[in-house]
Design a protein around this ligand. Structure first.
Ligand code: ZN
Length: 76
């Protein structure tokens, strides 16, 4: 194995039971409890970024999916 640090520092997908490396950031907020400048971030692998986006979208939460490491200042 080639690594640049302890394995637990590697970003992992937020999907329960998924151990894949995170490649996407799912930026979202709950408009009922979060102000517009609040951004929650889930990490996701390629396979689950769409699953997580739809999960949030189904609850009418605003969501923006970005490549891992790219942050957003707000989720309008
Ligand atoms: Zn995953």
């Amino acid at each position: 194995m080639i690594g640049i640090g302890p394995d637990e520092l590697a970003p992992r997908c937020s999907r329960a039971g998924c151990d894949a490396e995170a490649t996407m950031s799912v930026n979202w907020r709950n408009p009922k409890i979060h102000s517009v400048d609040r951004v929650k971030v889930w990490l996701a692998c390629d396979e689950h970024s769409e699953y997580l986006r739809e999960y949030l979208d189904a609850r009418d939460f605003p969501v923006i999916v970005t490549p891992f490491g790219v942050s957003v200042e707000a989720v309008p």
